[in-house]
Design a protein around this ligand. Structure first.
Ligand code: CP3
Length: 355
């Protein structure tokens, strides 16, 4: 594992807000800020496959930097994908443009689960090398590493690709819990190895993406997912860096997700932050939660929605949240006008910083 001396960014608003301090401005970054909304990204990626670019340290450094140069956001997120560690471990998959991750041989049986490879840190050496390049380029801007959570990774492996209903995944979970827990155990190991490699390379924070956990009932989440995500946070606690836990449509799961052990809980746009804090409980920071579609609605609507979220975030702080990091409720949509993103960041920075 490559190791890098961790930078000391004591004044970075994103890290201050994530650790319970008072930031000098309200921090903001956007999930999927690196990628298709930027013409310079599309230009750089022309003729280069998504996975190919994720295993090229110079390219992943450059693509990560693009939104930093443009938008004055308070954090960079590593350009990569949740399936990169699976690919690196030897699972045959590709990221198909306009579709998402597609797995050649879906994992459906106990034998399939037994045959899954483990990840060795050196197999994501291109990612950790890219992190090394980024730390030299970023200056005072913190770098967020990330991994897919065991459930969301399992959904891609079991379904064989993106899924609306996750029916095969739920079928395995409910009909064969033993195989399910074995699968999630293997994926949890891969996720921990991924995050520890990124931490060793010097990232300043990590985010666990459980994007599709909102498909589950609270009882299913608690029995079949929470123990595994909890292990991810337990085994990354010693790093002493902020850890963010995010999912979509997780309004009913926020309490359980809060128990998993992260320092910051991401909230999608469906639940106001002052409601979310009551579900998550006090003592954690919240991240979110502008609907990405609002960025298509024009300056007046954006202004009023951003101010509403800031008010609700301040109310959440009064109710025990330890900080607020502005973000979208999910990723930047591909057709978003990048100038609107830049203007929205400036608007958020112009608001009084929460106390
Ligand atoms: O800017 C950033 O946030 C960093 C880059 C990033 C990507 N994927 C790049 C990407 C991050 C953090 C991810 C995580 C990811 N990947 C998640 C969790 C976040 C979420 O959105 O909920 C998920 C579920 C995936 C799986 C995945 N990969 C999907 C659903 C897609 C989109 C498919 C499509 O083309 O519509 C991908 C491909 C992908 N990952 C792209 C990018 C920029 C688009 C591919 C391209 O540009 O050719």
């Amino acid at each position: 594992m490559s190791t890098h001396t961790r930078r000391k960014l004591t004044d970075a608003p994103f890290l201050v807000a994530a650790t319970g301090g008072v930031p000098r401005r309200r921090p903001v970054w956007f999930m999927r800020q690196a990628g298709r909304s930027l013409p310079e990204y599309r230009e750089l990626r022309a003729g280069i496959g998504m996975l190919e670019s994720c295993f090229d340290p110079e390219l992943l450094c450059e693509i990560t930097m693009q939104p930093i140069r443009r938008h004055d956001v308070d954090a960079a997120i590593l350009f990569s994908d949740i399936v990169v560690p699976l690919k690196a471990a030897g699972i045959d998959l590709d990221i198909v443009p306009g579709v998402g991750p597609v797995v050649a041989n879906p994992v459906r049986t106990t034998a399939d689960v037994r045959a899954l490879p483990r990840l060795r840190a050196e197999e994501i050496g291109a990612v950790t090398d890219g992190i090394g390049l980024l730390l030299d380029e970023l200056g005072e801007v913190p770098l967020i590493g990330f991994a897919g959570a065991p459930f969301t990774l399992a959904s891609y492996l079991v379904e064989g690709g993106p899924s609306k209903n996750h029916e095969r995944t739920k079928a395995m979970m409910l009909a064969d819990p033993e195989t399910w827990h074995q699968l999630l155990g293997v994926l949890t190991d891969i996720t921990i190895e991924t995050l520890r490699a990124q931490i060793g390379a010097g990232v300043d924070a990590i985010q666990l993406f459980d994007s599709w956990a909102g498909a589950l009932t609270l009882a299913q989440y608690r029995e079949f997912v929470l123990p595994h995500s909890e292990r991810v946070f337990l085994e990354t606690a010693d790093a002493g860096i902020p850890r963010i836990h995010f999912g979509v449509g997780t309004g009913e799961l926020l309490g359980a997700m809060g128990e998993a052990g992260a320092d910051v809980v991401g909230v999608d746009w469906r639940v106001p932050l002052d409601t979310a804090v009551r579900r998550v409980g006090p003592g954690k920071a919240l991240q979110g939660n502008l609907d990405p579609a609002v960025l298509f609605a024009g300056p007046a609507a954006i202004d009023s929605e951003v101010r509403r979220i800031a008010r609700e975030a301040d109310a959440a702080l009064a109710l025990g949240a330890t900080g607020h990091i502005f973000n979208l409720g999910h990723g930047v949509l591909p057709n978003t006008d990048p100038a609107v993103i830049t203007d929205t960041v400036a608007l958020i920075h112009s608001l009084p910083s929460p106390l």
